[in-house]
Design a protein around this ligand. Structure first.
Ligand SMILES: Nc1ncnc2c1ncn2[C@@H]1O[C@H](COP(=O)(O)OP(=O)(O)O)[C@@H](O)[C@H]1O
Ligand SMILES: [Mg+2]
Length: 253
């Protein structure tokens, strides 16, 4: 499924947050959404997922405007992995959280097939061994994997991930990006992921959209966009891009 965001404008009250933002995301690719804190990345994902309504512009899935889709149809096509989502008032187990991914498909109660899909998603994210633990009592790295498993169980064509690697140690960061990468390639689905680490973006994102003050500063192949000029404008830091062991690495000076 192709996701097209065209000329989105979004304001919180009188404050403009997103201005004429465009992006295209394709099956089989990870699109990185990058930009400094407050540049509008989370707001953009929420607009795509219709948690927020843009003031102007359109969002289309394979050419069909999402405004004309039901919430349930959207949930069968787009899975959202939010940044922080431990709900203090609810204490489900890991398995129950993953099973919630099947909600868009059930009318009364989960079927055996739904439970099987939840188990398969947990297997793919390597969390079966913690299935009966309370979601609010696992580590943030594990919680991140649980939320991705929920989106996998949802059987969607596009994953939206808000900072899936934040708060994770280096091993978990790579593991989570690899898991996303594997899902995208194996199932030929698309992913839009907010990534802060420029090296992780360079390594795992096929393309990136670089936001700066609510506008797209540049978009395209990761190695074209993540250059010292763009990094200086977006983040206000000097950098050097070097090739280490055959991989482009960004060193912030
Ligand atoms: N609920 C809100 N009400 C008003 N302003 C908000 C709200 N949420 C976010 N903002 C503002 O919108 C801007 C973009 O926020 P956000 O999309 O969360 O940025 P990012 O995810 O890139 O860090 C920030 O300046 C932030 O303060
Ligand atoms: Mg954010």
């Amino acid at each position: 499924m192709r996701l097209r965001v065209n000329d989105i404008v979004f304001n919180y009250g009188n404050t403009n947050i997103l201005n004429e933002v465009c992006l295209d995301a394709f099956p089989g690719e990870i699109l990185g959404i990058l930009g400094p804190n407050g540049s509008g990345k989370t707001t953009l994902l929420k607009c795509i997922n219709r948690i927020l309504s843009p003031k102007q512009g359109t969002i289309a899935l394979d050419g069909a405007d999402v405004e004309r889709m039901s919430r349930i149809d959207m949930a069968k096509r787009i899975g959202f992995v939010p940044q922080n989502s431990v709900n203090e008032n609810c204490t489900p187990t890991v398995y129950e959280v993953v099973l919630m991914g099947r909600r868009p498909y059930v009318s009364l109660d989960y079927r055996e097939a739904d439970r099987e899909m939840a188990w398969k998603a947990m297997e793919e994210m390597d969390i079966k061994h913690i299935s009966s633990q309370r979601f609010d009592r696992i580590s943030s790295g594990q919680a991140q994997r649980v939320l991705i498993a929920r989106a996998i169980a949802q059987d969607v064509e596009m994953l939206l991930l808000d900072e899936p690697t934040s708060n994770l140690d280096v091993k978990y960061q790579i593991d989570v990006m690899r898991a996303i990468d594997q899902q995208v390639r194996a199932k030929n689905i698309g992913a839009c992921a907010v990534v802060h680490d420029l090296d992780l973006a360079m390594r795992f994102c096929d393309k990136v959209v670089l936001l700066h003050e609510g506008r797209v500063l540049d978009a395209g192949k990761s190695k074209d966009v993540l250059n010292p000029d763009n990094i200086r404008v977006a983040y206000g830091v000097e950098s050097v891009v070097d090739n280490v062991y055959g991989r482009d690495r960004i060193m912030i000076m």
